[in-house]
Ligand binder design. Structure first.
Ligand code: PLP
Length: 456
């Protein structure tokens, strides 16, 4: 075992050493990958050392350097050293973090991490936190709590009686919400298409007056899905106004802040999230801006009782808890799960309050540097107000040229950026979310992008 782990640590260290200079998204020969990794299931055991050596070699050509400093696709963070190392220990301890009795240290560590996250993000210290796979399941969990609470107000027990015959809650979403909100609503029986859509402004932030008009037009229980950090523009809904309007109508406010919620961790950007603490639930990711290894999301609910009512797992042989608190499986959709709060704990402890603020501010400054470099070239237009770490770039005011530039950049391998359509116009999407990205990485990437544009 010793030898195997040392050998694996060497492989990991080699990979990380080369990561910054790996081609970022080289074309992958998927048939070659399939041939190298596939074949029939071995009839009998294979030496673990051999399995790991072969696995690392065969997988290598198909590994995207998404953990590296010049990957700007989607919203993808890397792994901080402490987060990655803690993730190894998490797998080594192999605690089932659902139950205190199966992992007292995991439970305590997650509890501490939860408190630190609430503190950093300026959320109510009494909120409950579930460690889930990502923002999708975080929104699912939070909206399950919302469903419980709004139906309970109408005297309906959603968990016991289901939704057949229940008073139908009104669900309001913003026009530019993330698609995973639709998915969460679908999972919850609230339907992705029976929602009411509040218009957004040009940056993708919900218009409070549109929300007010929708809520004024009807009555009964309501859930409002707001957003902190639009996946294209980074725009943050005016949360103070939204909460005030929604609460005036007795509605629950959920905030999808998969990455944008982390702007609250820096005094410089916190004003953008003014009012965030008065919402009722928040979904965020550890694996995006906090640079915790996959998978890592947090479902945060102000009313812990609603959270537990929606997620609790009751069985007579499952007795709980930490100091009289409930077992953690009462806060997540899973029963058994890995202790994914441990890498969050280690990441926060190693960065500290100022380190998290630096990380967030640095990514925003680098996004801004990108926008300035690209936007000053002829024929290149920045489509969004760069308020956070997201930049939308359009070339020659043409969908076709923009698509071509994106394809060339991806084939070149200096950096990687994907495409999107923003309000009917094709654009390159740049997200600066990695802890290790430097100004030099931005300059080198901007040069590569402009080269791809010049040579089209
Ligand atoms: C990424 C993202 C999600 C989904 O998060 P996962 O971690 O992929 O589940 C939801 N909302 C927003 C705004 C996002 O950026």
């Amino acid at each position: 075992m010793d030898e195997l782990l040392r050998q694996t640590a060497d492989l990991a260290a080699d990979f990380l050493r080369q990561l910054p200079e790996r081609p970022v998204g080289p074309p992958v020969d998927s048939a070659g990958l399939q041939a190298a990794l596939g074949g029939p299931l071995p009839d009998g055991p294979v030496d673990p050392g051999q399995v790991i050596t072969d696995l690392a070699a065969a997988a290598d050509p198909g590994i995207v350097a998404s953990a590296g400093p010049r990957y700007f696709g989607f919203v993808i963070g890397g792994s901080t050293p402490a987060g990655l190392a803690a993730d190894w220990l998490t797998a080594t301890w192999d605690a089932n973090a659902g139950m205190y009795v199966a992992g007292p240290s995991a439970a305590v560590i997650e509890n501490v991490a939860a408190g630190w996250v609430l503190d950093l993000l300026g959320l109510p210290p009494t909120a409950s936190v579930g460690f889930v796979t990502g923002a999708t399941m975080a929104s699912f969990t939070c909206l399950a709590a919302a469903r419980h609470a709004v139906l309970a107000k109408s005297g309906w027990d959603a968990e016991r009686d289901g939704l057949f015959g229940a008073p139908a809650p009104r669900v309001v979403i913003g026009a530019e919400r993330h698609v995973t909100i639709d998915v969460a609503l679908r999972y919850l029986g609230l339907g992705s298409d029976r929602v009411l859509v509040a218009e957004s402004d040009q940056q993708g932030a919900m218009l409070p007056e549109a929300l007010r008009a929708i809520l004024d037009a009807g009555e009964g229980p309501a859930i409002v899905c707001a957003q902190a950090g639009n996946v294209n523009t980074g725009a943050i809904d005016p949360l103070a106004e939204i909460c005030e309007i929604a609460h005036g109508h007795g509605a629950w406010v959920h905030v999808d802040g998969a990455f944008g919620l982390w702007a609250a961790a820096t005094p410089a950007l916190r004003p953008l999230l003014d009012g965030v603490a008065s919402a009722d639930s928040w979904a965020t990711d550890g694996h995006k801006w906090l640079n915790v290894p996959y998978d890592s999301g947090l479902a945060i609910v102000a009313d812990a009782q609603a959270h537990v009512a929606a997620m609790c797992l009751a069985a007579s042989y499952l007795i709980g808890g930490l100091d009289g608190q409930l077992d953690a499986f009462n806060l997540t959709p899973e029963s058994s799960r890995r202790a994914r709060g441990i890498p969050i704990y280690a990441t926060l402890r190693s960065l500290g309050r100022s380190g998290v603020a630096d990380l967030v501010e640095r990514c925003c400054a680098l996004a801004n540097r990108f926008a300035v470099r690209l936007g000053s070239a002829d024929g290149v237009e920045i489509l969004n107000d760069v308020v956070l770490n997201q930049v939308l770039v359009r070339f020659a005011d043409s969908d076709e040229v923009t698509r071509e530039v994106i394809a060339r950049v991806q084939a070149d391998g200096t950096c990687w950026a994907g495409g999107t359509t923003w309000q009917g116009r094709g654009a390159m999407r740049i997200s600066v979310s990695n802890w290790s990205t430097t100004e030099a990485d931005i300059d080198r990437s901007a040069d590569a992008i402009l080269r791809a544009y010049d040579r089209r």
